[in-house]
Design a protein around this ligand. Structure first.
Ligand code: BGC
Length: 342
């Protein structure tokens, strides 16, 4: 009987120790795990969308309990290089890099990888590197196709001004490539005449303003359509049109679903914009960064060629927004408010 009692006691003690241990061990394990630190380098905050990307990534990082160190270069590659070097020196676990200059950023990827830090190319592709881990963006050729399809449907023949984005931004190339799938055949058949074709250096609206002002002046104000690569450049083009009393009379594209553009669409001076939900993009980037930091594999849904390799890519969908669906797409989804439209 004594033996049985002793055995029982030992069993009870063991169970207590074991049970007592389990939650303690569980509580200790996450604490023992090192906190993940993500470095984020953004090219600018000049366009509203980049402000939204930053805000979303900060919110998701907080929610998921990871540290996010953010640096913003003011559309200046030298500044971005020193900021990323500082991030690498701080001991980040993973780098999210949206390059100001696609090919100049390659050396930063190489440097990070030499230190064993995975790199995500965010929104804009980093070219000429063969060690990039992943590209997270939208289907940017498709974005251009949506712009080209829209404008050629509105204006199947006539005089066009074709603007493209910053030559240093690989996206600009992809947007133009997509748009020209629709525009080029109509140029070839003689239906469309291009009266000006120019890249907007650094995506600066002031540069777009000059391009459109010059084209209007040289063509006696005779223009039928404008391909503007984003809302910032569209706004500037509309300013040039307005100065000639032509705002609202010339179909014009855009991109980014900026508040000012949404208002212009409602007012009838801008024809469309492309909605790329930066909330989804920012969230995806932080989630993928955590997976990479943990050494987990990441599910890509495409690949984009960067001059050296086909970079595994996560590409999200973009949507055309016009006066017809602006309520549905932008207001109902909470991207902008009713008040923004007024
Ligand atoms: C982005 C656009 C943006 C442009 C200027 C591009 O790389 O994809 O959304 O308007 O840069 O910042």
């Amino acid at each position: 009987m004594k033996k049985v009692l002793a055995l029982l006691l030992v069993t009870i003690m063991l169970v207590t120790v074991f049970v007592g241990c389990t939650p303690k061990e569980e509580a200790v394990a996450p604490e023992g795990e090192e906190k993940i630190t993500i470095g984020l380098s953004l090219p600018t905050q000049r366009e509203e969308r980049w402000v939204r990307d930053k805000e979303k990534m900060e919110a998701v990082a907080k929610e998921l309990g990871v540290e996010l160190i953010v640096k913003v270069a003011d559309a200046n590659m030298q500044e971005q290089i020193s900021q990323v070097e500082a991030l690498l020196a701080q001991g980040i676990d993973v780098l999210i890099l949206a390059p100001h200059d696609a090919s100049a950023a390659a050396s930063l990827v190489d440097k990070a990888k030499q230190e064993g830090i995975p790199v995500i190319s965010y929104d804009r592709l980093i070219t000429n590197t063969d060690v990039l881990d992943i590209y997270i963006s939208f289907d940017n050729v498709k974005v251009g196709e949506l712009q080209g399809k829209y404008i050629t449907e509105q204006v199947p023949e006539g005089k066009y001004i074709l603007m493209s984005g910053a030559p240093t931004d690989n996206n600009a190339k992809l947007f133009k490539e997509g748009a020209m799938k629709y525009i080029q055949p109509l140029i070839d058949s003689g239906k469309i005449t291009v009266i000006a074709e120019q890249a907007v250096e650094n995506w600066v609206p002031e540069n777009a303003l000059k391009i459109v002002e010059a084209a209007l002046a040289a063509n006696n104000n005779e223009v039928d359509a404008i391909l503007a690569p984003n809302d910032g450049t569209a706004g500037a083009a509309i300013q040039a049109l307005a100065a000639q009393g032509l705002a609202g009379q010339v179909p014009i594209t855009g991109q980014d679903a900026e508040k000012a553009a949404a208002k212009r669409i409602v007012d009838g001076t801008q024809s469309m914009t492309i909605f790329k939900d930066t909330r989804d993009l920012g969230k995806a980037a932080i989630e993928v960064a955590i997976q990479l930091a943990k050494g987990e594999s990441v599910a890509a849904n495409g690949a984009v060629e960067n001059g050296k390799i086909d970079v595994p890519s996560v590409l999200l969908e973009a949507t055309v927004v016009t006066a017809d669906n602006i309520q549905e797409v932008l207001v109902k989804s909470g991207y902008i408010t009713e008040a923004d439209l007024r």
